[in-house]
Each structure stands twice: as structure tokens, then as C-alpha cells.
Design a protein around this ligand. Structure first.
Ligand code: AMP
Ligand code: GLY
Length: 428
């Protein structure tokens, strides 16, 4: 067997707890560090009090501890070029370079990429000037989608029902500084109708492998009402199967042209590419790209992976994906996010969480997101999305029932979750 190693995971949310959990099961992982981590990752290894964009601090730590592989969770770390810095220093790291990750951190860049390579997406225009954006809107039909160009934690998207709403959103972003630098350039986009799904693909520079498809629930409210969030719950596979035709189209109209496009543009993408798709009547279209694992998609994908994750991530880094055969648990998984009251707006933190041990079970994993260890051994809330309760079941209905039973055992002041995650029809 290859030698064991220490791994460092950058980030501190549910996605990172899932990665830490899965890597801690590897016989080749000696110790899992997480920077900054949360109360869940603290139980699996050691948390390191460093920020996710503290590239120099993280590099110093990785060198001093003799880390064998660093895994980047969040997009912000990719956008500041942590992968480039680690690579230049000879440290192995999982994730795309800053240039390749531009597919996530600039929506305008992505739109150009999609157009250049003939990949289906919503028609759009990109603007820095209010008057130009308004002129463009006047020639379109509503609803229209107004988006901040940069990273805005899933919240920089406004669906405008009429010209007045569009104008307000455009002014707020370009003149009012909402979303800061991320909103200095905006995109005005055609509204696509259909079902959304999250596609996860591992890319090793030359080839890709798809992971099982997941479905997120982005809105805060049941029946997909209210503000957009980072994601309130996931199912894998989605409640309504994609079907063979759509699966084939995903390869031929999206993934294969994406791979060809990356190569043609001289971008070697090593890491996880997550296209958000809308399954429209005209076929699947790209809503956006993420250059990292989804959160909470990872919480339903990794529990279904039977392989040791470490060699899979190493194969991506080393350009050897062809050597890997992924083996999936056929059982569906459902993850329900427990959030703090008020999220995605303002919320309180520091609330003690009860029932964590009671909720866990043979086919139930409670992933921590916004949690921190308290002074007396308790677990306290520390973020908007607090926990992700994942369950596996023989059927999606069983996984769903199990996830909700477990979620009901957990309490904290202001705990909120949607009751319709993975329901085949809203509130079903
Ligand atoms: P994005 O960050 O671009 O994925 O957008 C966040 C969410 O806004 C998506 O998950 C969709 O639910 C919604 N959205 C974004 N763009 C569109 C569009 N062109 N048509 C319809 N819904 C959209
Ligand atoms: N759940 C959506 C995302 O990770 O962007």
C-alpha cells in the first residue's frame, strides 16, 4: 500500500465536513486538518485557525506539518489563486488554478466561454453602465434575471418580473454597491423555465468523469418561494429521473464541448467542475459553473461513494482519472439543511444545539456547517446554514423519511428547515 499521509481541507462548512468525513475513512489518511473547520471537523481531526484566503499562512502550515494533499472547498480560495501558489511551492493541492476557476468567479467570462464554444445557455448581455443595461432590458420580455458578475454566495441573482424591478436591481448593483466589487459588472439574462439540477464532474486536465446528479433546493421557503440561499437541501438522484435522452445530451451538448473548449482556450482544469443546469424544453442549458464541490450537493454525493476518496482526488491532481473506476451505492440520499432563523438575511449565532447524538444512526450522518465548539463541550450555532442531515434509504421516500426523522431530534433556538426537500412535487 502507498504511504499514509496527512490531508488539509480548506473551508469550514458542510461541504468541508463531508470531505473530512469521507477522507477520514481512508486507510491512507493519517490525519485530517481543516482550516478553519467547524465543530464537526474538530471531532474528526484538528481544526487550524487560519482563514480560507490566507494563502501564505496555509502554505506555511502545509509545509510545516508535511501535508500530503490539500483539498480546497470554497470558491473564494480558488479565486485568490491558492492553487497556483501551492503548485509553485511544490505542494500537492486539489482544485483548479485561478485562471481555470474563472469559470466560477466571473459570470461574464463564462458567458463568453459558453458562446465561443457553442454550449447552450440563456441569452444575455453584460453591462457596467446603467443606461446601457436599461436599454437592453427595454428590448427584452419579462421576467429577466439580473446577476452580479462576481462571487456572491449564491445570493447575487435577482429575478425581475417587470421593468421597474429590473431597474431597481440594476441600480442597486451598479450604483448602490450591493454585492460590492462582485456587482460592479452585471449580467442581464433571459429567464429559463424548467427543472434545475447540479452536475458534478471530476476533470483531470484531459478527461472528465461524472458523479451522480443531485438536485438542490435553492429558495429559503417551501414550494420554492422566497430568497435564494446557498442551498436548503439536496437529493441524489433527483426525485424525477433525468432520463436517457437528457443524460446523453449532457455529455454531447455540455460536458464534451466544455472539455474541448477548456483545451482550446489553454485552460487545464484539474478539480471538480459543477455546472448548474436548467433542463428546459429545448434541452439542458448551463445556468452557471462552479469550480468546486457543491454545498449541500457534496453531502448527498460522498455518502454514496464506495471508493476511497483519497486516490480519486490524487488521480485528478496527477491527470490519471483513467485509472479510477468509481463505484456508487445505488441507494438514494437526501440532505436537509437546518438553518438559523433569518437566513439568508441576518440571524443570531451562539445558540446551543441539542440532539446531535440522538439524530445520528446507521444510515444517517449529521454534517456540521455553521457550528463551533462551545466552552463547556457543547456545540453552538455559528452560521446561517447550521447542519446538513443526510440519510440513505432503499428508496428516495425512505431516505427522505429517515432524514426528516433525524432532523426532528435536533433542536436549537431559531432552527428552521424546509419540509419539502426531495418531495417529487412541492410540499408532497
Ligand atoms: P446562479 O448563481 O447563476 O446559479 O443563480 C442562482 C439561481 O438563480 C439558480 O440556481 C436559479 O434558480 C436562478 N437562476 C439563475 N439564472 C437563471 C435563469 N437564466 N433563468 C431562471 N432562473 C435562473
Ligand atoms: N448548492 C449550490 C452551490 O454549492 O453552489
Amino acid at each position: 500500500m502507498l504511504p499514509a499521509m496527512k490531508v488539509l481541507i480548506i473551508g469550514g462548512g458542510g461541504r468541508e465536513h463531508s470531505l473530512a468525513w469521507k477522507l477520514s475513512l481512508s486507510p491512507r489518511v493519517e490525519k485530517v486538518y481543516c482550516a478553519p473547520g467547524n465543530a464537526g471537523t474538530a471531532l474528526l481531526g484538528e481544526n487550524v485557525p487560519l482563514g480560507i484566503t490566507d494563502t501564505e499562512g496555509l502554505l506555511k502550515f502545509a509545509r510545516a506539518e508535511g501535508i500530503g494533499l490539500t483539498v480546497v472547498g470554497p470558491d473564494d480560495a480558488l479565486a485568490v489563486g491558492i492553487v497556483d501558489r501551492f503548485q509553485a511551492a511544490g505542494q500537492r493541492i486539489f482544485g483548479p488554478t485561478r485562471a481555470a476557476a474563472q469559470l466560477e468567479w466571473s459570470k461574464a467570462f463564462t458567458k463568453d466561454f459558453l458562446a465561443r464554444h457553442g454550449i447552450p445557455t440563456a441569452a444575455s448581455g453584460s453591462f457596467e453602465d446603467v443606461a446601457e443595461a436599461l436599454r437592453f432590458c427595454a428590448a427584452q420580455s419579462f421576467p429577466l434575471v439580473i446577476k452580479a458578475d462576481g462571487l456572491a454566495t449564491g445570493k447575487g441573482v435577482i429575478i425581475a418580473q417587470d421593468a421597474a424591478e429590473a431597474e431597481a436591481a440594476i441600480r442597486e448593483m451598479l450604483e448602490g454597491g450591493r454585492f460590492g466589487a462582485a456587482g460592479r459588472r452585471i449580467l442581464v439574462e433571459e429567464f429559463l423555465r424548467g427543472r434545475e439540477c447540479s452536475l458534478h464532474a471530476l476533470l483531470d486536465g484531459d478527461s472528465y468523469v461524472l458523479l451522480p446528479v443531485a438536485q438542490d433546493h435553492k429558495r429559503i421557503g417551501e414550494g420554492d418561494q422566497g430568497a435564494n440561499t446557498g442551498g436548503m437541501g439536496t437529493a441524489s438522484p433527483p426525485p424525477v429521473p433525468l432520463g436517457e435522452d437528457v443524460e446523453r445530451q449532457i455529455h454531447t451538448t455540455i460536458m464534451m464541448p466544455v472539455l474541448r473548449g477548456l483545451k482550446a482556450d489553454g485552460l487545464r482544469f484539474h478539480g471538480l467542475l459543477f455546472p448548474g443546469l436548467m433542463l428546459t424544453a429545448e434541452g439542458p442549458k448551463v445556468l452557471e459553473f462552479n469550480a468546486r464541490f457543491g454545498d449541500p450537493e457534496t453531502q448527498v454525493i460522498l455518502p454514496r461513494l464506495r471508493n476511497d476518496l483519497l486516490p480519486v482526488l490524487e488521480a485528478v491532481v496527477d491527470g490519471r482519472l483513467g485509472d479510477i473506476k468509481l463505484d456508487w451505492d445505488p441507494r438514494p440520499a437526501v440532505c436537509v439543511i437546518l438553518a438559523s432563523r433569518g437566513y439568508p438575511g441576518a440571524y443570531e449565532t451562539g445558540q446551543p444545539i441539542h440532539g446531535l447524538a440522538e439524530a445520528a444512526g446507521p444510515d444517517v450522518i449529521v454534517f456540521h456547517a455553521g457550528t463551533k465548539p462551545g466552552p463547556e463541550g457543547q456545540t453552538l450555532t455559528s452560521g446561517g446554514r447550521v447542519l446538513g442531515v443526510t440519510a440513505l434509504g432503499a428508496t428516495l421516500a425512505e431516505a427522505r423519511a429517515r432524514a426528516y426523522e433525524a432532523a426532528a431530534r435536533i433542536t436549537f433556538d431559531g432552527c428552521y428547515y424546509r419540509r419539502d426537500i426531495a418531495a417529487s412535487s412541492p410540499l408532497g
